[in-house]
Design a protein around this ligand. Structure first.
Ligand code: BES
Ligand code: MN
Ligand code: ZN
Length: 366
């Protein structure tokens, strides 16, 4: 039974043996995911249930499945925990600790960049968001070197790390605002993926980047109409301070290009509009690479975490480049309409096509 804890004749089950059903890996992953609870802050804890492979199933499959499940649970834990407990610094410390066992072998390096470094890097868009908060920002940089051939170009993973999104001066309505403690889901996902890659000893090179900060209203916060300058020199008019994810990610994407990446994958809780478009049926994917899209789609068929490709038409680019004061506006001209697509069009301005390739039909259209 992978679903949790059952009470039988007044006895509480605390240990369950799971039948591998010829797929021990999936059985383990399901069991570990199913048993996730977040009750760290409750006095009365739920009963802890442990699981074990029953009988003669495949042990290595089981162990791999456990790591897959635990990796996802780490991301779920970081998203679910309250924002006063998971600040940018605590997030960075948590990942540093989880990577420490692998750092010993020098396969893994975890660097927490300070506000001073972020300033030196001229990440003006990221800083404009973080300056509204009392919590100092952190730019987390993870290096996983699993490939013996050091020359292999790394895979770059970039995650949005807003540990709380109040909306800033463009304040969100109170109802449901507590959910914005999970606005670092992109950062949690990419960092957990790297922890898991290290645990699995995968023979690849990965670099993970997570700009971490809060988006808060204050006397120092971004004001609608302010203009800020990103790392690559592009100027941005911040007409809505609640469209902050694209600001911190713009700088992170600029920095990502400096590692000669094989591919850059960016994960973010970027817009509510994506949820309006697809609901919980699939993750929306914007990409300039048909090859990468095919890999992601193939993987989604195996895992059951569906993906759906979204357009990068110039139509949307025009709506963010038609700007009164700066090169770009952080919101589309028709604000809510096509909101997920204008957000992607904005980020596209901080990405160059892979060397020797052009943008695919999904990006070259009018
Ligand atoms: N973090 C939010 C997006 C979000 C909303 C994620 C709900 C998950 C659930 C993001 O920073 C945001 O506020 N986006 C705005 C963009 C708008 C101001 C153009 C939105 O979706 O309303
Ligand atoms: Mn926001
Ligand atoms: Zn946000």
């Amino acid at each position: 039974i992978a679903g949790g804890c059952r009470v039988l004749q007044n006895h509480v089950l605390t240990h369950i043996e799971v039948d591998g059903c010829n797929d021990s890996q999936s059985a383990a992953e399901g069991a570990v995911l199913g048993l996730f609870t977040y009750d760290d802050l409750k006095t009365k804890k739920k009963t802890r249930v442990t699981t074990q492979l029953h009988g003669s199933g495949c042990v290595s499959g089981w162990e791999k499945g456990v790591l897959y499940g635990e990796g996802q649970n780490l991301a779920r834990y970081l998203m679910e925990a309250p924002a006063n407990h998971v600040t940018p610094s605590v997030f960075a410390d948590t990942i540093t600790n989880r990577l420490a066992p692998y750092a010993d072998h020098c396969v893994c390096v975890c660097v927490c960049r300070s506000q001073e470094w972020i300033e030196e890097q001229q990440m003006g868009a990221f800083l404009s968001v973080s300056k509204g908060s009392e919590e100092p920002p952190v730019f987390l940089e993870l290096h996983y070197n699993g490939c013996p051939d050091n020359a292999q170009c790394p895979l770059l993973l970039v995650g949005k790390g807003i540990t709380f999104d109040s909306g800033g001066i463009s304040l969100k309505p109170p109802s449901g605002m507590d959910a914005m403690r999970a606005d670092m889901g992109g950062a949690a996902t990419v960092c957990s993926a790297i922890v898991t890659a290290a645990a699995l000893n995968l023979p690849i090179n990965i670099i993970g980047l997570a700009p971490l900060c809060e988006n808060m209203p204050s006397g120092k916060a971004n004001k609608p109409g302010d203009v800020v300058t990103a790392k690559n020199g592009k100027t941005i008019q911040v007409d809505n301070t609640d469209a902050e994810g694209r600001l911190i990610l713009a700088d992170a994407l600029c920095y990502a290009h400096s590692f000669n990446p094989r591919a850059i994958v960016n994960a973010a809780t970027l817009t509510g509009a994506m949820d309006v478009a697809l609901g919980s049926a699939a993750t929306g994917v914007f990409t300039n690479s048909d090859w990468l899209w095919e890999q992601l789609h193939k993987a989604s068929v195996v895992t059951g975490d569906r993906v759906w490709r979204m357009p990068l038409f110039q139509h949307y680019t025009r709506q963010v480049t038609d700007c009164q004061l700066a090169d770009l506006n952080n919101v589309g001209k028709y604000s809510r309409s096509g909101g997920a697509c204008t957000a992607a069009a904005f980020l596209r301005e901080f990405v160059t096509a892979p060397i020797g390739r052009t943008w695919t039909s999904q990006g070259d259209d009018q």
